[in-house]
Write a protein that binds this ligand. Structure first.
Ligand code: ATP
Length: 608
């Protein structure tokens, strides 16, 4: 209940910040709209009574008023509908902004890899998009209340007993509506994972990257069936809910009809005995029907608002949630790296139920050195990169930047000092220039810097010769308007070319204190790889770099090479030292070197 009140306050604040004037105007119109039916019913009674009493001369004024209210009733819904849509748009925009601001505030990856968070996020997205219903419902609630008070007063005047009966018949409706709204919310929560999975399969069926495998492996039918199964599971749950609602509402409607019918028979009999006037019968009939309708709307509105508040709850949770990783109360500025980045007894697992990935890593990366990091698949190299980038915090131990735990820095400030190429780098459906510029948004309008970064990464010649040069869209999912005004298709790059773009992105921020390169050349041909590493060596001379690669040839020139094995750094030294020590590195290097050995090539080389 307290949480609902909290959501209610938040919602109220959101609406008032988004559209204060529109909301006030809508409120005023809603009051007028609510009172119109009461006025019309009362004026009808007056007209009928005066006609019955043959006071024809006194009929004109209420009749004209009746006409005016009729015109008002016809006109008022139009501005109300416009205002309600406008409030909806404004509130929708503000809530969208707040939700995604909150999402952008997450420091690390944890929330994005949590299924429970993703379910909550989906409900929050739903809650923010249906926020307008809460506005309409809240006003509808107020309107129903006003209409109800008006008609109920009229009913009390005509017959207190009838008023009491109407009240009693509404109580079960109140109880049943509340129970239904609780169940509806539970239903939304229950079917959310199914809806997410359905969207996932639907996306796979249309995703351009997935299209190759789905076609070659004939996965279309398999994925479609899985998608339908998720939809059917959600449909089954919704059908059960619809049935429950159908039987509940049928019962409530029957109860209302019986009360109204019984009341009308009583009123007609009373009128035939002269206890009620014709006008009384008319207002009684209108009052019973309208009281029931308004009470029904009121109960429905209360339950609806409550349901919307429940739905709004995940939005509030996310928008005002705690940070996912610890934030220093008083962050210290991140200084340029002066001495070293040090991992001190770092332990890490993704959650309490996951195994330890790192189990006491100790590693010092002195300023100005190129540190190679090697290890078998799954040994935790990329995990270590995530920890250094502060996408996760160590479960135990600390990462020190010139002796200061990186948790003491503002994450954005700290990351400004880092450049990176991730193993699973992004390929944005942007133009070639924007694909590079996202590495440093301050270079968005600086073509010279973008071009330099592309030259460093060896992709400039390719980009320059694209149909619209650097402005060519690298996509097949959006159209681009060509120079001749015709629509051009975007361009698709090869895997290695995309990798060079990711490298260009990192080069754009190549002056940072630490450059992390996680498998930066896995997709490059040997010539390109040699070329890129050569440039990098020159460009990054005297700067600190962490280079991860399975191609040991690419790391052999590193100042230091660390081997990550069974969660710890098991070997550390330069290439010659590690080869001489005969450990894991030496074994892996020998295997790779043997794989490249071809006696025929060697004999050609020696005969030259
Ligand atoms: N988000 C995650 N949640 C749970 N486990 C994860 C997650 N990411 C990675 N892992 C697990 O952590 C272990 C280390 O993965 P990581 O990607 O760090 O290894 P790696 O050394 O970079 O491997 P590779 O050489 O194959 O790239 C793996 O066993 C993997 O299953």
């Amino acid at each position: 209940m307290a949480s609902q009140r909290h959501s209610g306050v938040e919602l109220f604040r959101l609406i008032l910040s988004a559209a204060p004037v529109h909301t006030a105007a809508y409120g005023a119109i809603a009051i007028v709209e609510a009172l119109i039916p009461v006025a019309i019913a009362w004026l009808t009674k007056v007209v009928l009574d005066r006609l019955g009493a043959e006071q024809v001369g006194q009929v004109l004024a209420p009749a004209v008023l009746l006409g005016c209210f009729g015109v008002l009733a016809a006109v008022v819904p139009q501005p109300a509908s416009y205002l309600s849509k406008q409030i909806g748009r404004r509130v929708g925009l503000l809530s969208l902004d707040r939700l995604y601001r909150a999402i952008n505030k997450f420091i690390g990856l944890g929330p994005f890899e949590s299924p429970a968070f993703r379910d909550r996020l989906r409900l929050a997205q739903q809650g923010s998009s249906t926020v307008i219903h809460s506005v309409a419902m809240a006003f509808g609630l107020g309107q129903s209340l006003l209409t109800l008070v008006g008609f109920f007063s009229a009913l009390v005047i005509v017959s207190k007993a009838a008023a009491a009966i109407v009240i009693v018949t509404v109580l079960p409706a109140l109880f049943l509506e509340f129970s239904l709204s609780r169940k509806r919310m539970q239903l939304l929560w229950d079917i959310s994972p199914h809806q997410r999975r359905e969207a996932f399969y639907a996306n796979l069926l249309t995703d351009t990257r997935a299209a190759k495998e789905t076609r070659l492996f004939g996965l279309g039918g398999f994925l479609r069936r899985r998608m339908l199964r998720e939809r059917m599971t959600a449909d089954t749950a919704e059908r059960a809910m619809d049935r429950r609602e159908m039987s509940t509402y049928s019962f409530l409607q029957a109860l209302a009809a019986v009360t109204a019918g019984g009341g009308l028979v009583w009123a007609i009999l009373a009128a035939s005995h002269g206890e009620l006037s014709i006008g009384d019968v008319s207002i009684f009939a209108a009052a019973v029907a309208s009281t029931q309708t308004s009470m029904g709307a009121l109960v429905h509105g209360i339950a609806g608002v409550r349901e919307q508040l429940l739905l709004f709850r995940p939005f509030v949770d996310i928008a005002h949630g705690e940070p996912d990783l610890m934030l220093a109360a008083k962050p210290v500025p991140t200084p340029p790296l002066g001495q070293a980045l040090e991992l001190r007894d770092v332990w890490f697992r993704y959650s309490d139920s996951h195994p330890w990935i790192l189990a006491g890593v100790n590693l010092v990366i002195p300023r100005g050195t190129v540190m190679g990091l090697v290890g078998l698949n799954g040994s935790g190299k990329s995990t270590l990169v995530k920890l250094i980038s502060r996408l996760y915090d160590p479960t135990r131990g600390e990462i020190l930047w010139d002796g200061v735990d990186i948790r003491n820095f503002d994450p954005g400030d700290y990351r400004e000092r880092i450049s990176a190429v991730f193993q699973d780098h992004m390929s944005y459906d942007f133009s070639a220039a924007d694909n590079i510029a996202v590495g440093d948004l301050s270079a968005m309008a600086d073509r010279a810097r973008i071009r330099d970064a592309a030259v460093q990464a060896g992709i400039h010649a390719k980009l320059e010769h694209l149909p619209q040069g650097y402005d060519t869209l690298l996509t097949r999912i959006f159209n681009q308007e060509g120079a001749d005004g015709e629509t051009d298709d975007g361009v698709v790059l090869s895997g290695g070319q995309w990798q060079r773009l990711a490298l260009a992105r990192a080069f754009l921020r190549g002056d940072r204190d630490l450059m992390i390169l996680d498998e930066p050349s896995s997709g490059l041909d040997p010539e390109a790889e040699h070329d890129v590493h050569d440039r990098m060596r020159r460009y990054r001379a005297d700067r600190t770099s962490l280079l991860i690669s399975h191609r040991l040839n690419a790391v052999r020139d590193a100042d230091l090479i660390a081997v990550l094995h069974f969660g710890v750094v098991s070997e550390l030294g330069n290439h010659d030292q590690l080869v001489a020590s005969g450990g894991v590195y030496a074994r892996l290097f020998a295997m790779q070197a043997a794989g490249y050995q071809d006696d025929r090539v060697l004999s050609i080389e020696s005969s030259r």
